[in-house]
Design a protein around this ligand. Structure first.
Ligand SMILES: Cc1ncc(COP(=O)(O)O)c(C=O)c1O
Length: 399
């Protein structure tokens, strides 16, 4: 069968092999410490679940406007107006099935064949593939490990090409946890505006900040209304990954197209999910109490994890300013022998840790940084401690 070039160029997930091996071990009854997941380990807050149950009981179970129910679009616009003085109107908001659909549809609407799109690395695995699905070309813009992988405007200038049309910025970052310096957020937006690029700003971890300060690009929209397109999600902050709800906000002509594309692709986001999201965004007292409790727990785990990683043989880990990932450099172990072969890369060491200590981590090579591995601290403190103890044993055995 002949497949389209656009889709067959999309890579399979480079993290799949470890995941598959981990679930095979689990199926054999092995107690795997899974530090892979990119999702909160907390349940969705009760008041949000109740809103969804109320929506079902109230028969709010039919199609909605493709762009989302008006009160939810209003609540999303209001969130950015209150927090960042962004002048976005509800008509500039499209509700999507997670941040993922927001970013994917934005790429489809903005980029095409012949366009280069800057993707700072280390990057979230889906960014280059979303650019490719749009027919455009991802151009990797490395950030500096010495600068804690915090993106700067200079990193983008160094990678820019004459065909550059846009850049995908993710702060706080998955996988590094890096939080951009607010001055650099502004410098990046200024650079993009001067060059006529779009900044696709993914701030799905905006509430997960432990060190430094997150500046939303929303705060710059008054100055640069045609440059900034923002994607957000309820997945992480409200522990709602399975509900599939996020949003895209941007200039009106773009959002009209995005809304049309969404209407033909998926119609609306699940009506019940939208009511749940409305509760999350409008019952701010309940939300803030829940978010505060969850973020405090992530912070406590991070306080434990970062020094524990740095105390492991041959491991160095810069403290992640945000998100819920640690991204330690383990490359000092490369070249050491395991099962008669040298450990070559982040995939090799991830396989080693899984087989020798039943700890599942994600190879940094999947994110464009092969010296590192990613560990999620969306895992209980007890399991993190267990994982670290096992890793210590395994790494010590390498000598
Ligand atoms: C950087 C980044 N952006 C976007 C998403 C999208 O999440 P969702 O589609 O659940 O909103 C994720 C999820 O892992 C992510 O890590």
């Amino acid at each position: 069968m002949r497949l389209s070039r656009r889709c067959s160029s999309v890579s399979p997930s480079a993290t799949l092999e470890v995941l598959k091996a981990a679930s095979a071990m689990r199926a054999r009854g092995v107690d795997v410490v899974d530090l892979g997941p990119g999702e909160p380990d907390f349940p969705t807050p009760e008041f949000i679940k109740e809103a969804a149950i109320g929506a079902i009981r109230g028969n709010f179970t039919k199609y909605t406007d493709a762009a989302g129910i008006p009160e939810l679009r209003y609540a999303i616009a209001q969130r950015y107006r209150n927090a960042w003085d962004a002048p976005w109107e509800p008509a500039q908001v499209v509700v999507t099935a997670g941040g993922k659909q927001a970013l994917h549809t934005a790429c489809l609407a903005l980029f095409e064949e012949g366009d280069d799109v800057l993707v700072p690395s280390p990057y979230w695995v889906s960014f280059p593939e979303m650019v490719k699905l749009a027919g455009a070309n991802p151009v990797i813009a490395p950030t500096s490990a010495a600068n804690g992988y915090r993106l700067t405007a200079r990193d983008l200038e160094a990678a820019a090409t004459p065909a550059t049309r846009g850049v995908i910025v993710n702060t706080p970052s998955n996988p590094t946890g890096a939080v951009m310096d607010p001055a650099e957020v502004e410098a990046v937006v200024r650079l993009a505006a001067a060059r006529g690029w779009v900044v696709l700003y993914d701030e799905c971890y905006d509430r997960f900040v432990y060190e430094g300060r997150h500046l939303s690009a929303a705060s710059l929209v008054r100055q640069f209304p045609d440059t900034i397109v923002l994607s957000g999600t309820l997945s992480k902050t409200w522990a709602m990954t399975g509900w599939r709800i996020g949003y895209l906000i941007g200039p009106r002509p773009l959002m009209d197209v995005v809304s049309r594309v969404v209407s033909h692709a998926t119609s609306n986001v699940c009506s019940i999910t939208q009511k749940a999201a409305l509760a999350a965004l409008t019952d701010t007292d309940s939300s803030e109490a829940e978010i505060h409790a969850m973020i405090s727990e992530y912070a406590r785990r991070r306080e434990y994890l970062v020094p524990a990683l740095n105390a492991l043989p041959g491991v160095t880990c810069a403290p992640p300013g945000g998100a819920f990932y640690a991204f330690p450099d383990v490359s000092s172990h490369y070249g050491k022998a395991w099962k008669g072969q040298p450990l070559k890369d982040s995939f090799g060491i991830s396989k080693f840790l899984l087989e020798e200590s039943a700890v599942a981590v994600t190879p940094g090579g999947a994110f464009g940084e092969d010296r590192c591995i990613r560990l999620s601290f969306a895992t209980s403190l007890e399991r993190l401690e267990e994982g670290i103890a096992r890793m210590r044993k395994a790494l010590e055995s390498l000598g």
